[in-house]
Design a protein around this ligand. Structure first.
Ligand SMILES: [Zn+2]
Ligand SMILES: [Zn+2]
Ligand SMILES: [Zn+2]
Length: 142
């Protein structure tokens, strides 16, 4: 497995401690809000500002090392799973997010009947529903 340093260098990014720490946090998996990323980065290195974390996330996203998702009504979240066309299921009850593999595998995964002459490169697909925990909470309320 390549290290954070290798990843940064392979994208032409300078290796810095905040960048390594953010990469490390993201590589643990999940879809994390900036506040949570900042909290975990501070467990690794002391003095890092929220703004610095935003800057790092911007640089990593532009370099294709992290992906930013922003479901409606939720703050932006970041993940390290990049380079595929996966989608997300979002729970309407608690906001939990999980990955869903793209059934087609590459963008755009949907072909509209009419594209109005546009050359399409992406369909933004988000599945909404209730996670298992929220489903059992709901049936307990009945
Ligand atoms: Zn839920
Ligand atoms: Zn994801
Ligand atoms: Zn798809």
């Amino acid at each position: 497995m390549s290290t954070g340093e290798d990843l940064l260098r392979s994208r032409g990014l300078r290796v810095t401690r905040p960048r390594l720490a953010v990469l490390d946090v993201l590589s643990a998996g999940g879809h994390l809000e900036v506040d949570e990323i900042t909290r975990r980065v501070r467990q690794r290195i002391d003095s890092v500002s929220t703004q610095a974390v935003y800057d790092v996330l911007g640089a990593l996203s532009r370099a294709g090392l992290s992906r930013r998702i922003e479901p409606a009504g939720s703050p932006a979240r970041y993940e390290a799973r990049v380079g595929d066309n996966h989608h997300h299921v979002v729970c309407r009850g608690c906001g939990q997010i999980a990955d869903v593999d793209c059934a087609v595998g590459s963008a755009p995964c949907l072909d509209p009947n009419v594209a109005h002459g546009f050359e399409l490169d992406e369909a933004e697909v988000t599945f909404w529903g209730l996670c298992p925990a929220c489903q059992s909470r709901r049936s307990a309320d009945d």
